[in-house]
Unconditional design. Structure first.
Length: 216
């Protein structure tokens, strides 16, 4: 197994890069998807969240009302710590399980983590940063995802800066252009990743460090 990290700011197109790597044979361990999975209706995590924050965080269909949770935790640092104390252990355990399931193989495993710069992971052999100018992020969030501009800028400001992300990178993907511009970069990146040394068969996934940032 070859283990690498993938990150990028909101609106950078990280999901597109992740999908292109998957097309080339990478196994994607998607932090955002794992968060959604552990918060499914009826899950222990969801029950703990309702116990801590009240039944209003559960929608009528039994799913998590993310807006209701956000309205509580993003204005209350102690509530945010409580949320992360509930969610992060479950997310970390599931991500580790998915990684370790690939340990005996020879595939490239990509840990797709939006907040990897803010919360570095030990054990990664490379860190891929999807890079765009912050103004491009704003344009994509407003034009492509329907964000209000002020909200888009606020969300970008809550994440690591462009320079902070780039400082952690072993590989940078410039996603400011078109898909035609992106694909050759991914081809070169894939060649570099597959040339990395395989981890030993007895390798163990380091335990994630505690963190206080939002889960997504």
């Amino acid at each position: 197994m070859i283990l690498v990290g993938l990150t990028g700011g909101i609106g950078s197109g990280k999901s597109t890069v992740s999908a292109l790597l998957a097309e080339r044979g990478a196994v994607i361990v998607d932090a955002d998807q794992v968060v959604r999975d552990v918060q499914q209706p009826g899950s222990p995590v969801l029950a703990k969240m309702a116990e801590r924050f009240g039944p209003q965080v559960i929608a009528a269909d039994g799913s998590l009302d993310r807006a209701a949770v956000a309205s509580v935790v993003f204005t209350d640092p102690e509530a945010l710590k409580a949320l992360n104390a509930i969610v992060h252990p479950a997310v970390g355990a599931e991500m580790n399980r998915q990684v370790m399931a690939e340990r005996d193989g020879d595939r490239v495993v990509v840990m797709d983590i939006p907040l990897l710069t803010e919360n570095p992971r030990d054990g990664l052999q490379a860190v891929i940063v999807v890079d765009v100018d912050p103004e491009v992020q704003v344009q994509r969030l407003v034009g492509g995802r329907g964000f209000d501009e002020a909200d888009a800028r606020a969300r970008i400001a809550k994440q690591a800066t462009r320079d902070q992300r780039l400082a952690t990178a072993t590989h940078v993907v410039d996603n400011s252009g078109s898909l035609d511009d992106l694909v050759p970069q991914i081809d070169r990146l894939w060649t570099a990743l597959t040339a990395l040394e395989q981890l030993p068969a007895d390798w163990q996934m380091p335990t994630p460090k505690p963190k206080d940032e939002p889960t997504s």
